[in-house]
Design a protein around this ligand. Sequence first.
Ligand code: 9YT
Length: 133
Amino acid sequence: MIVRKLSRIIGTDREQSAKTWTSRRLLLADDRMGFSMHDTVIHAGTETHIWYQNHLEAVYCVQGKGSIELVKTGEIFPIEDGTLYALDGNEEHFLRAETEMRMVCVFNPPLVGPETHDENGVYPLMTLDDDAS
Ligand code: 9YT
């Protein structure tokens, strides 16, 4: 069994930051659960372009307020505490945070750890063998 505390992840290499978010990676590929799980903070007043072409992601908002806009259709969905969205079609989108948002994010396949968005908002598909750290 795995028991892990957020306080023990902050400041370690399981914490990855970009301009608009900070992701604390609670479960990663080497935990062998078949998914990764992150506690992610999206900074207030930001917009993030995201397009996970290599991963499915489910996101459960537990704090804050914002919205998601699908690039293909222009649809906008409000997101707040208690809202889940699941990108079951690898949808390209913009995530906008009105206030600071806290999200529980689950990725399949699991992230290995060091992934951060490329210029198109994509995470590369990595395996444990790719992680030199
Ligand atoms: C909600 C979202 O996708 N935010 C970007 C960060 C990412 N989910 C992560 O690695 O935690």
